[in-house]
Design a protein around this ligand. Structure first.
Ligand code: FES
Length: 108
């Protein structure tokens, strides 16, 4: 399988509920990666873009977090309602500004 033109790295890290850092899984990220994969397949984009579960991206305080590469942008506070907008934007080579917590080209 060739390298995809775009990757969505969805943090699915889970911490104990007593941990003050929280975790993206506790914010619903496990459902996000499933929905993102489905959206890519439904739109026929799965050969061009891939959604992957990943561990902590060190953006815990703004979870659920997704890093979109190669755009090098981080989304925070992502919900299931945002998945369509994320895929729409990625298909156009754009980002969803209202979800961006780290701008393109800036260090994560
Ligand atoms: S737990 Fe998701 S970024 Fe840390």
């Amino acid at each position: 399988m060739p390298h995809r033109e775009r990757y969505f790295l969805v943090c699915t890290n889970r911490r104990d509920a007593s941990n003050p850092k929280g975790s993206c899984a506790a914010s619903g990220s496990e459902a996000l990666v499933v929905a993102l994969k489905k959206a890519l397949v439904d739109r026929g984009l799965h050969k061009r873009m891939r959604a992957c579960s990943t561990s902590c991206l060190d953006l815990c305080e703004i979870g659920a977090a997704i890093v979109q590469e190669p755009d090098h942008v981080a989304y925070g506070g992502v919900t299931l309602e945002d998945i369509g907008a994320i895929v729409d934007a990625a298909e156009k080579g754009e980002v969803v500004s209202r979800l961006v917590v780290t701008a393109p080209g800036q260090p994560l």
